[in-house]
Write a protein that binds this ligand. Structure first.
Ligand SMILES: *[C@@H]1O[C@H](CO)[C@@H](O)[C@H](O)[C@H]1NC(C)=O
Ligand SMILES: *[C@@H]1O[C@H](CO)[C@@H](O)[C@H](O)[C@H]1NC(C)=O
Ligand SMILES: *[C@@H]1O[C@H](CO)[C@@H](O)[C@H](O)[C@H]1NC(C)=O
Ligand SMILES: *[C@@H]1O[C@H](CO)[C@@H](O)[C@H](O)[C@H]1NC(C)=O
Ligand SMILES: *[C@@H]1O[C@H](CO)[C@@H](O)[C@H](O)[C@H]1NC(C)=O
Ligand SMILES: *[C@@H]1O[C@H](CO)[C@@H](O)[C@H](O)[C@H]1NC(C)=O
Ligand SMILES: *[C@@H]1O[C@H](CO)[C@@H](O)[C@H](O)[C@H]1NC(C)=O
Ligand SMILES: [Fe+2]
Length: 592
């Protein structure tokens, strides 16, 4: 059997004999399912050969409520080949007779499916048993997540005095009422209702999201917790009230409410892009394209007590239309996302699709055209289909752009960006940060350098006057999978010669590429520019620490060891922000 797909580069290897491990989800969205968190793994085989088998142990997952579990597989075939692979499918009722090769653009390399549903993961039968080809026997250990348990993936986002909690479940609105029970730690708790969203195959814009990559997303619930006491510790539990009056509960989580805007206290922000996901078991869908992902996740989890909020600025999981990958990704980030606000930006792999209004008409989203990211990740945008928004965190103001929609002067987004900068009260929110997926500022990535402009085409031409006028301190991007930091810069010219210890006005904006979250690394041009102060071809992330209104520390850490490899400080007072520099004050202020 053979199948191929473009987009994500998922390749099912040609095999005469197909060994299929079938993971059967123990529930559906229909009325009378068993609301126990479990997946039954049946010993199932789809093969040309009667003697082949796959056995799994344990055969039932999540008996102790675990969200993921290591499973040992034993298998045999009387006609073994190095091309044999083990696939994990969910739901189990796929069939190759009902496939619809729908929504495939003419220029796509996606061929009609041979199976209806792509596996969630797969691994070569010879992966841990090199002798498989000669002996016909093998074993394999896979880490399986509890697909569609009662609760999965808690996301915590929001901003100011409201927090937003998002989770997924198998309960539709006719089966149970979703809510969050929450309150100050040790105090009385209240119930806040949650909304329920889902989407169907027709919401996807094309293949593979509409075809082999489609997977029923279950239900996505979002609750808003309001009027929080700044800085206080809260605990919460997710609940579903069933129609017969009984309750289903999640485990208990806790979080700390955001500081009051402008509050003077220690505030720590982590920012990176392009992390993706990877499998701890080495199973190799997408050819391990996001190798650095697990290291980044591990460092963040280890450092969680010293992190207050996280921004993942686009290219979240690279599901590229294979929807099951969102569950794999959210399972990976859940320890982070359920504890600190996990804010996102939209990237090409979330949004881009031809003729759907994205600024770029490529196939990078695999037909998702933004639906997954917009439904699963709450951001305080007016309209989540236009993924730009502002959010405040203590002394920080973040203005988050959506590079998959036009940002140039005269557009709705440009107006938003200006409003976001202009409305920051710099006396209270001195640290003004611009975030976007593609590099609208400066990058020495080969493909940007080759165009001569060291930026996303048309990236900074409109925006640089806003950065300068509103004295944006730092602009951070993903998309280019490496790390780079510039001097404070305006119109290609360094406005400040200092490299590590900035005192007083920057006179320009420092641009940073932090796209080394996990996806395969990008090369730098051999050309050296005057504005590029630090480059690193490795996986890593950025951390901003505001100590008070006058002192900010910027650090770049590698994901492999969590250590700092580049850093700088900004020390200044409010009057330094007010001071005029080139193009930052209207000329009328010079009138006497
Ligand atoms: C698989 O089962 C689900 C739920 O029972 C159903 O909606 C879906 O149509 C089935 N898929 C196929 C390919 O039969
Ligand atoms: C296992 O199979 C893969 C895919 O066919 C092949 O590339 C690899 O060389 C095989 N490994 C061994 C040890 O034979
Ligand atoms: C909090 O939520 C309420 C109700 O949705 C909204 O009116 C208010 O603007 C929100 N506050 C902030 C700071 O986002
Ligand atoms: C309510 O329904 C659920 C699921 O069908 C069942 O497990 C539970 O025992 C029922 N509770 C009562 C009080 O009948
Ligand atoms: C650019 O700078 C790097 C690091 O200092 C150096 O290794 C490299 O040779 C320089 N390239 C050119 C073309 O000067
Ligand atoms: C992950 O970190 C380990 C050390 O902790 C390192 O050996 C490994 O190379 C890292 N992986 C990647 C892809 O950078
Ligand atoms: C910033 O600009 C002002 C006004 O042009 C100038 O006086 C000051 O020296 C500049 N600061 C630095 C660090 O270059
Ligand atoms: Fe990207």
């Amino acid at each position: 059997m053979r199948g191929r797909s473009g987009g994500g580069g998922l390749i099912f290897c040609g095999a005469l004999l197909l060994l299929l491990l079938i993971a059967d989800v123990g529930e559906s969205s229909n009325g009378d399912h068993q609301p126990l968190a479990r997946i039954a793994i049946h010993r199932t085989l789809v093969a040309l050969n009667d003697n082949a088998y796959v056995k799994a142990s344990p055969s039932i997952l999540g008996l102790k409520g675990q969200n993921s579990e290591w499973v040992t597989l034993e298998y045999a075939s009387s006609n073994p080949s190095n091309d044999d692979w083990i696939g994990v499918f969910s739901p189990a009722n796929f069939s190759d007779s009902t496939c619809v090769p729908d929504g495939t653009p003419p220029d796509s390399k996606i061929v009609p499916p041979f199976l209806c549903t792509a596996p969630i993961k797969y691994q070569y039968a010879n992966y841990s048993t090199p002798a498989y080809k000669s002996t016909g026997k093998g074993t394999l250990r896979l880490q399986l997540i509890n697909q569609r348990s009662d609760f999965s993936f808690v996301l915590f986002s929001g901003g100011l005095s409201n927090m937003t909690i998002t989770w997924t479940s198998g309960y539709g609105i006719n089966e149970a009422e979703p809510f969050v029970e929450w309150g100050l730690k040790g105090d009385d708790h209240v119930h806040s209702p949650a909304g329920t969203l889902t989407f169907n195959r027709n919401s996807m814009c094309g293949a593979p999201a509409r075809t082999v990559g489609w997977r029923d997303p279950g239900f996505i619930h979002t609750a808003f917790l309001k009027e929080l006491w700044p800085n206080s510790l809260y605990t919460y539990k997710l609940g579903h009230k069933l129609s017969n009056g009984s309750y289903i509960w999640s485990q208990q989580y806790q979080f700390r409410a955001s500081p009051y805007p402008g509050q003077d206290s220690l505030q720590r922000v982590v920012i990176f892009g392009d992390m993706g996901k990877d499998e701890a078991d080495g199973s190799n869908e997408y050819n391990n394209f996001q190798r650095g992902s697990l290291n980044t996740t591990k460092q963040l989890v280890q450092d969680l007590k010293d992190i207050d909020i996280v921004f993942h600025i686009g290219d979240l999981c690279y599901a590229n239309g294979y929807l099951s990958q969102w569950d794999q990704f959210t399972a990976q980030i859940e320890p982070i996302a359920s504890t600190v606000p996990y804010m996102v930006a939209s990237g090409n792999h979330e949004r881009d699709w031809p003729e759907t209004g994205s600024f770029y008409g490529n196939l990078d989203s695999g037909g998702e055209c933004g639906v997954l990211a917009e439904t699963m990740f709450y951001v305080p945008a007016e309209n989540r289909a236009k993924f730009w928004y502002s959010t405040d965190y203590g002394m920080f103001r973040f203005c988050i752009a959506d590079t998959e929609h036009d940002w140039r002067e005269g557009t709705e987004q440009y107006e938003f960006i200006e409003r976001c900068f202009a409305s920051a009260d710099r006396q209270k929110q001195p640290w003004l940060i611009f975030l976007a997926h593609r590099v609208l500022g400066y990058s020495s990535a080969t493909w940007y350098a080759d165009q001569g402009s060291f930026e996303e085409p048309m990236g900074r031409e409109s925006l640089q006057k806003l950065w300068q006028k509103y004295k944006v301190d730092i602009a951070i991007y993903g998309h280019v999978h490496n790390y780079e930091r510039t001097c404070p810069i305006y119109q290609n010219i360094c406005t400040n010669q200092e490299k590590y210890n900035y005192k007083g006005a920057l006179n320009g904006t420092i641009h940073v590429v932090a796209g080394g979250g996990g996806a395969s690394l990008a090369e730098f041009t051999p050309l050296n520019t005057t504005w590029s102060y630090f480059k690193d071809h490795d996986y890593g992330f950025v951390k901003l620490t505001a100590f008070d209104h006058s002192n900010l520390l910027f650090e770049y850490k590698k994901s492999r060891d969590g250590k700092v490899y580049d850093s700088f400080k900004i020390s200044r007072d409010y009057r330094d922000i007010l001071a005029c520099t080139v193009d930052s004050c209207p000329s009328t202020t010079l009138a006497s």
